[in-house]
Write a protein that binds this ligand. Sequence first.
Ligand code: ADP
Ligand code: MG
Length: 462
Amino acid sequence: MALIDMDESKVLDRITDGFFSLDHNWNFTYVNIAASQLLFRAREDLIGKNVWGEFPEAVGLAFYNYYHKAIAEQTPVKFEAFFPPLDTWFDVRAYPSSNGLTVYFLDVTTEKKLAQEDKQHYRSLFEQNPDAVFSFDLNGNYLSVNSAMEELLGYSEQEYLKLSYIPLVTEDEIKKTTELYSKAAKGITQNYETKAIHKDGHIVHVSVTNMPIIVDDEVVGVYGIAKDITGHKLTEQKLLKSEKLSAVGQLSASIAHEIRNPLTALKGFLQIMMASRDNIEDSYFEIMSDEIARIELITGELLMVAKPQAHHFNFENITEIFKDVKALLSSQALMYNVNIILESEDLPLIFCVGNQLKQVFINLIKNAIESMSVAGGAISITLSKKSKNEIFIQISDQGCGIPEELLSNIGIPFYTTKQKGTGLGMMTSFKIIESHNGRMEINSTEGEGTTITIQLPVHWVA
Ligand code: ADP
Ligand code: MG
């Protein structure tokens, strides 16, 4: 019985896939036109002949192994294989049947070459990249590394392939790094900086990109690109340090200046007193005690801002604090003919260092009183709830105001327009409000008055 009748064979002739059938002895029973063209053999020459006899080079290749497997296991097989005598890649599907084996095949040489070229392009992007490039499986185990990566941390490719990234990241960075790696493994590219440990133990600052490897819409791994930024980091740290040092330097210079003046006066008077023990003028004592008080004031104010962590935060009633401050300053207010008006809504307790806020309010109200030293006037203090989590404090005076061009000086250590001023009150106040996670703003009109607005969170987590 013929395997294929004439009509069917015409159909098979028209399909562009090569097609042939073999019987149980591996002899050709049918070969279509495409197959004859693909194999460069006339159909008549093949029919009835043994496939391995006609194509001895295929013995031992994928063709031979897969066809035998298909027959032995009675299961279809599919594979791609290169056939050297024809310099051709074939895509092959073979189906066993009761008559033997039917084989469909295609020339895929062009596609294969393109794919290989793509692969080589990719390979060279990987190999020649000056940045470290590597890939991971979903658990963070290295699957491949390029030579820049071998250089970056000093391990060989073989050593990397036995490692995951985890032992290579410093302890203080591992939590963050793992979190970001997991995000990449879930499909979202991540850019971050972290610290890696070189094989010889030193720390390498790296800037890393992790991106998902997506195959058929599924993340199958993670690519990494890393750059050594140790150099950058070191200069950055040096800069920061020198900036801090210069700030400290500037501050010490001004403090030294501020304290040296009263000390010079004290020393001078002491010398005079020592030279003329009997006729010491009373005013000397007064001046000396004034100057000592000034040194006390300066060092006291500076201590207020130093070491904020040494202070204890508690829940405090701000309205009560203001009442205390008002009482404290009442005699000074009276002296300058100033009326202090305090208005307060029901406020929640505020998480703060009570004494520090008290110091801020004293500073601000003192400034307000001093700004009205000529004609007196009113200071109006309003305390209100801005939202559930924030309160508003407003202190308005009717004093001299601050010229706009001088506004930016307020808060600079030792900036003062007063003869006996320290120029530390506003700086201290800004720092304290900042350390309470609040904000302080100055609005002022020259000749009309000044309003200081403070926003404070009710509670916050440091
Ligand atoms: P000091 O009061 O010792 O001068 P501060 O730091 O408290 O130092 O204030 C700095 C400067 O800011 C003051 O000298 C003054 O010129 C200006 N200033 C602060 N508050 C007011 C105010 N309410 N009205 C006018 N000027 C003010
Ligand atoms: Mg002041």
